[in-house]
Ligand binder design. Sequence first.
Ligand SMILES: Cc1cc2nc3c(=O)[nH]c(=O)nc-3n(C[C@H](O)[C@H](O)[C@H](O)COP(=O)(O)OP(=O)(O)OC[C@H]3O[C@@H](n4cnc5c(N)ncnc54)[C@H](O)[C@@H]3O)c2cc1C
Length: 463
Amino acid sequence: MDKQIKVAVCGGGISGLAFAIAVGKNPNVSVDIYEAAPEFLPIGAGIGVWMRVWDLLAKMGLADDLKVKTASTTTPDPIDALIFRKSDQPEGVEFYKLVTNGPFITFHRHDFQQTMINHLPDTCKMHHSKRLSTYTTLPSGRIRATFDDGTQIICDLLIGADGIKSVVRDNLLRQKAAEHAAMGNHEAAYKCLVSNQPHWSGTMAYRALIPMEKVKADIAKGKLTLEECHIQHMGRNANLIIYPVANGTMINFAAFYHQPDKVGTVFEGPWVAHVSKEELQGAYAGWEPSVQAWLQFIDAPSRWAIHTIEPLDSYTADGVALVGDAAHAMVPHQGSGAGQGIEDAYFLATLLSNPSVNVRDIPKVLSVYDAVRRPFAVDVCRRSHLNGSFYTMNHPEFKNRIAKCTSQAEQEQVLKQLGEAVKNNWEWAWSSSFNDCMEAGVVMLKRLMTSPSDVTHGVSAVL
Ligand SMILES: Cc1cc2nc3c(=O)[nH]c(=O)nc-3n(C[C@H](O)[C@H](O)[C@H](O)COP(=O)(O)OP(=O)(O)OC[C@H]3O[C@@H](n4cnc5c(N)ncnc54)[C@H](O)[C@@H]3O)c2cc1C
């Protein structure tokens, strides 16, 4: 049997690129990336990562090139990361200071992605204008992938890094649904088909980049302050944050507007569109003056209807693995969607790069990947959703308690507890290490490789 594992990655976003970089020039694994877009285009605005993801980027050799693209520090020392402020009133109130181990390290998304592209090993082949349309599992266990242009390739492992509308996930879940249906398990079949559908979270994100030059005069006159860059403005059904990107030459503006009655409904229209500034301003009517001052700088924000994927029962099938948004698209309220994609990619790449892993060990690698990464990522999705309900003051407990407050002192007390709740829910991001997951995965795989039992029993035995 061929020693080299031939991997095809569908999608050259952050998760797909991270996989190729993490594999590096390992002679045991060959990587081809198939990307639908004809070229990489800078989409989105800012992106940030927490320390546990930064550590991985450093291990992948990206730290030096990324450091020169950010105004953030990159050390794990305690830092005043954010001030929480209730801003949906004429005079806002500051109510909590979030201290984290290391900052949220922020970048212009284009800088981040371009740095990754620059670090692709020359052994990795990138194929543009290659949109996967379907794949089939061959009797040999290998995967045949077919593209829109009619071409086909054969690989040992297909990685679905093709984002929230993943074609790989669609194929994988349809196949699983058919298998369940054939065994008469119609409920499981139905669940597979339903979980494939992205849901609208009821939230809109309004995003824009403001050149620092544009705001300099107002900052000098005291009309604006860069202290804002450490504030999470919160209020009923909305929240807003700004932070510097592109080494402090730009300000990333991200405002979220949540409509609780729209959760899970079908969003009509394009998920990303440029909209009028009046629409954005309408969402923040009555908010405090410092918020209004920043809104004046946003002419035509891009509006993103935030969609998510329900937790999947599996991220893998024979010869196929889902990573990143294809597996677990989440609301962005912990700044962790891309970070989780990088963790998926690094984890899979590390297991596959183990010199004793062979093509026939792929099922074992995939079962360990699913056993370790899926529960973790599902939990991050849940926590991100919870943060959103805290930020927009929609969490049932705090919504009721804030509504019942009869004095300012009482409200201050409840808001302080809200701040604590956010911290407790988010702390994993700056106080835990990816190494623990990785070590568990390496041990699990080692035991499976030496165990004569089958893969499924093996994983449950070592968990
Ligand atoms: C407002 C907002 C703010 C965010 N902020 C942060 C943040 O600060 N930190 C963070 O960690 N995360 C953040 N995220 C989440 C983050 O953007 C995503 O989790 C991340 O970009 C997902 O990367 P991906 O590579 O998995 O998927 P994608 O970025 O969607 O990439 C998928 C790639 O696959 C390609 N593709 C699609 N279909 C096919 C096909 N059939 N064949 C071939 N190629 C295909 C696409 O062209 C694309 O290049 C934010 C998200 C939003 C909406």
